[in-house]
Design a protein around this ligand. Structure first.
Ligand SMILES: [Zn+2]
Length: 287
């Protein structure tokens, strides 16, 4: 799809059921068992999509989150699975072509594709020519969590291989709450889901077109009017506040929202239904 001068694509890794301890199991869309469209009640297995986002403009190739990274490691037991590299290939791109990587936060389902282990058991950087943009607060929070054993928050992070980004000077640790990545692409610190969580705004003012990628602040259209991510949010109040402000802004701008974890509408424009609740008018990504 187009947002002004930007082309936006989704790099879908598929649909997954999430079990205790953050175990992901890939399922086909016909296998989805649980109630998924409405508010989950945790009486069933949550089902999520994993959809990193690709933004293209001229020579700039910008990746928003890097997915689960299944099948990237040379010794991986996952074969024939879609991941960053296979999905970039669909658009005629190689990992070397990517110029910027934005990580909304460092939970492994958003960041694990950033690196991979080669056949000599060495960690490599998946997008070797890109810089990886992360909030400084997120980086240090993740390290702190990962170092504490018996810490539930630590199970969301797999930091061992991400240190390679730091070692090779590929990390850009952001301290600004609003950071201009490129003209028309802003990174906005929201906190909430994790202390250093950030979102991405893509806009072309001349065309008057706007899009937001809200990461885990708004993982899918099912989360629009509900706050059931609360149990997963480090600071639910901050998350709710940030979400309220951003949704109001996105509604006023008639912006397109891009979802990472949706299994239905992958993108859509906000409107208010007869109950004054937010709803999504799905947008077909292939236009
Ligand atoms: Zn997360």
């Amino acid at each position: 799809m187009k947002v002004g001068r930007f082309t936006i694509e989704q790099l879908s890794e598929g649909i997954f059921e999430v079990y205790d301890g953050n175990n992901f199991k890939k399922v086909s869309s016909t296998e989805i068992t649980g109630k998924t469209k409405d508010l989950p009640d945790f009486g069933f297995v949550p089902t999520v999509g994993i959809d990193p986002i690709l933004v293209l403009h001229g020579n700039q190739v910008i990746l928003l989150d890097t997915g689960l990274g299944w099948g990237l490691d040379k010794g991986s037991s996952y074969t024939n699975t879609s991941n960053l590299i296979t999905n970039l290939d669909i658009f005629g791109l190689t990992p070397e072509d990517v110029t910027h990587v934005v990580l909304t936060h460092l939970h492994f389902d958003h960041a694990a594709g950033s690196t991979f282990v080669n056949s000599k058991a060495e960690t490599n950087i998946t997008l070797p020519n890109a810089h990886y943009f992360v909030q400084k607060l997120e980086w240090y929070y993740a390290i702190e969590q990962a170092m504490q054993a018996d810490n539930i928050a630590a199970t969301h992070y797999q930091m061992d291989e991400l240190y390679k980004l730091h070692a090779e000077d590929k990390l850009v640790l952001i301290t600004d709450s609003l950071f201009e990545l490129l003209p028309g692409i802003q990174l906005i610190h929201t906190g909430g889901h994790t202390p250093g969580h950030q979102i991405v705004k893509i806009f072309d003012e001349e065309a008057n077109e706007f899009a937001y990628y809200l990461g885990d602040l708004l993982p899918s259209e099912a989360h629009l009017n509900h706050y059931f991510m609360q149990s997963l949010d480090v600071d639910p109040l901050a998350a709710k506040k940030a979400k309220t402000i951003l949704l109001r802004q996105a509604f006023n701008e008639q912006a397109t929202l891009l979802f990472y974890h949706s299994i239905y509408a992958k993108a859509g424009v906000l409107f208010k239904d007869e109950n004054k609740q937010y709803a999504i008018e799905p947008v077909n990504m292939s236009y």
